[in-house]
Design a binder for this molecule. Sequence first.
Ligand code: WT7
Length: 655
Amino acid sequence: MSQPTIESILHEDRIFEPAAEFSSSAHIASLQQYQQLYDKAKADPQAFWAELAATELHWFQTWDTVLDWQPPFAKWFVNGKINISYNCLDRHLTTWRRNKAALIWEGEPGDSRTLTYAQLHREVCQFANVLKQLGVEKGDRVGIYLPMIPEAAIAMLACARIGAVHSVVFGGFSAEALRDRLVDVQAKLVVTADGGWRKDAIVPLKEQVDKALANNSAPNVENVLVVRRTEQTIAMEPGRDHWWHDLQAGASADCPAEPMNSEDMLFVLYTSGSTGKPKGVVHTTGGYNLYTHITTKWIFDLKDTDVYWCTADVGWITGHSYIVYGPLSNGATSVMYEGAPRPSNPGCMWDVIERYGVNIFYTAPTAIRAFIKMGEHLPNARDLSSLRLLGTVGEPINPEAWMWYHRIIGKGRCPIVDTWWQTETGGIMITPLPGAVPTKPGSATLPFPGILAEIVDLEGNPVPTNEGGYLAVRHPWPGMMRTVYGDRDRFRRTYWEHIPPKDGQYLYFAGDGARCDQDGYFWVMGRVDDVINVAGHRLGTMEIESALVSHPSVAEAAVVGKPDDLKGEEIVAFVTLENKITASDDLKNELKKHVVQEIGAIARPGEIKFADALPKTRSGKIMRRLLRSLAAGEEISGDTSTLEDRSVLEKLREG
Ligand code: WT7
């Protein structure tokens, strides 16, 4: 159950061919067909994407240039007019899909709701009118801080419909983290709920919004819309706060989709990097619509008869691309689940699969490792025979977990798509196409057609087969992020100049280490920067360090990841205290609580280690490599000659 190591992965040579039965009806039905698509896209990427854009999407007006690439800034389908809400809703209404389930929502505790395409369209149009009524205009930013309820998808689609830019903030983030994001994106309105259900308890979302907005600290926010969900008493500020259901009831259901420019901003989603504050990743309309549409269709081999379930939260990119936009653009039935396994209901995931006859199930390795721990008697007690395809995302999957998923959940029948991508890439980049590409446990296999992925060194030179290097992408693709919100320079530096461009050739730097094997299969090892991946959630060490240092007792902090059987990585913080402050277990708990308050529960350090001093180089840089080894309980290896004071290390080792 441990994380993959270079050794374990190098010795992984099991291969699983796509079953003939699966391939025979798959969109991409053979390795040859994949290869043809890949070659065609590589030879003429613009023609490849243009053909798909024309056949798969509705455009109010066609583009005049497929790609305008002024590295590192790309524009796709220039001057095309499109609306993703139209592609996700309206165009299905004139077909039999009108009365097909668009969203199946399973809420906690025991609530459920199904919205057909016609019903979802109506709700979205009404809510779009509510937004307009409150003064939201094209280009304005709207914050969405909701639990996993249909209103989250409705709010996103309503923004898209009128050209407002949504910025969804995961409901697990704290008031402070919410405020930072609302301020950075200059949100004019916030959509929230009284609360959300999380493991049998209420998450008081509205209370967090009140804290985030207190003392006019997010001055752009004029209105707050509140969905009634958990029904406890909450404060409503007259003039600012409105109940969703009050305004929705009076709103007209007539709201034509605004023809948007292909490059108009669709959303901003914040993600952690190795330096500074979380950055607002900007995605635009046309390219993102196409990329999420076609990746959903081919990678999940989506059929009109499928019930598709992605277990992510809409607060992350996976929820944006593969619960809402990709599936709905394809006219699919997408399941949205508010719950999570917990002691009172450990088999709830398998209940949902059985109850709705889920055919396609997409989750994270950390969840799979938790399922393994809870025991196979739980899935074995349910009828999972509806499943035909499984997927994973978020972190490398260890071959043991892959095998368990294949055997216990897929009963050896279902292909597994291990999908590598990022908030920045908009959609899946490296993945098997399930009817075509043989899989190897632990490998995300091959790039999606049109994606030119490479393993290089820091100069951009190719690295030999089976040697570790940096994962990079050579040519722009329609779903790629366009910039960092408000900081074009940071976009350029972070992603496109990390590997210096050569002869005008730019390489996108993903921040992951990987290797490519003799069959061209990619094996992603994990982040090479100071980003920690805790249970599939991405956190910058610097963010957590800043949170710790903002506590009056803390002088200095260094945060590293430590391998963890369940979560992939666990946060370990080394902390030095201010003069006269004494270390204690109480203080450890207080510091953990402080980080939760500053960022959210996902950032709670698993361990805090007090130290007299941190190991530094003579120039004062903290040597995290040493701390990582210490945290993992490994021997310190490699060069320590740059260490300023060797006794620091001895002391830390003694604990
Ligand atoms: C980072 C991106 C994209 C959706 C969820 C996470 C890691 C993601 C895989 C995979 C190995 C993976 C990478 C990447 N990652 N999928 N299949 N195999 N690693 O999005 O929060 O932007 O994180 O997640 O390290 O850089 P994100």
